[in-house]
Ligand binder design. Structure first.
Ligand SMILES: [Zn+2]
Length: 62
């Protein structure tokens, strides 16, 4: 199983530590894990903290 680094890919803030899995970071702290494909075809996983996610959402919304 691939694990993303547990820090925000935008601002670099460290993710909250949770006892078990990534789901808790999302549900309890509002972090979001996004997937994208790198230029070489490998899968990239990037976390966004709740603040950066909100900005990202706003930037996508007209
Ligand atoms: Zn951030």
């Amino acid at each position: 199983m691939t694990h993303a680094a547990r820090k925000c890919g935008v601002c670099g803030k460290a993710a909250p530590t949770t006892p078990s899995d990534h789901t808790l970071i999302s549900t309890n702290y509002g972090w979001r894990l996004s997937r994208s494909v790198a230029a070489d075809g490998s899968l990239l996983l990037m976390w966004r903290c709740n603040e950066c996610w909100a900005k990202f959402q706003q930037s996508r919304t007209p």
